[in-house]
Design a protein around this ligand. Structure first.
Ligand SMILES: [Zn+2]
Ligand SMILES: [Zn+2]
Length: 184
């Protein structure tokens, strides 16, 4: 494992969050409160209270604050994105062993809104990646027409495509290039 379990968990959360935004052929992945609640359960986000329409809007907006870290050309740009993210919300680092999990650090302030909680969780995980000199592992999918982002956790940094069914498919990519050529 490259990073701690918590960090990798939060990185997966950041990737799914950014990729839920409507873009190109993708529909809105978080269209309503039910979808938001499912997201919270899927990513095991703790201490989440009642969610409102304002929470949904704030989480949808948060995605565009996280996205630029995946296309940052250098460490300094990535650091600026991360710093903006983690300075938006209060941070209260503390050790916790809730719900049977071993001791780990929570950074979000108790009682934080879901968007603030996610901004801190994702921001701190991304901060660890940049601080480890691994910022290049934060990427955009290289498949044509795909705007999804990914974290490359492979040993040899070989991950090029997001996890969408078609993206890693050579035939799909070749067919697309052929269509582009034909259209010119
Ligand atoms: Zn926890
Ligand atoms: Zn893709």
């Amino acid at each position: 494992m490259l990073f701690s379990h918590d960090t990798e968990h939060s990185l997966a959360c950041a990737v799914e969050l950014v990729n839920s935004a409507p873009r190109g052929a993708n529909d809105e992945g978080l269209p309503d409160l039910n979808a938001l609640r499912e997201f919270v359960v899927r990513h095991d986000v703790s201490e989440v209270g009642r969610l409102s329409g304002a929470d949904l809007q704030a989480v949808q907006d948060l995605r565009e604050a996280i996205r630029p870290v995946f296309s940052a050309p250098d460490d300094r740009t990535a650091a600026a994105v991360v710093n903006t993210l983690v300075s938006q919300a209060g941070v209260t680092p503390r050790l916790t062993d809730h719900d049977g999990y071993d001791w780990h650090i929570h950074y979000f302030t108790p009682g934080a809104s879901l968007a603030d909680h996610l901004a801190i969780d994702c921001g701190m995980a991304l901060a660890h990646v940049v601080a480890s000199g691994e910022h290049e592992r934060l990427r955009r999918c290289e498949a044509p027409d795909c705007e999804q982002v990914l974290v490359d956790l492979s040993r040899n940094r070989s991950k090029r495509y997001c996890d969408a069914r078609t993206c890693g498919n050579r035939l799909h990519v070749a067919a697309y290039r052929e269509r582009q050529r034909a259209a010119q």
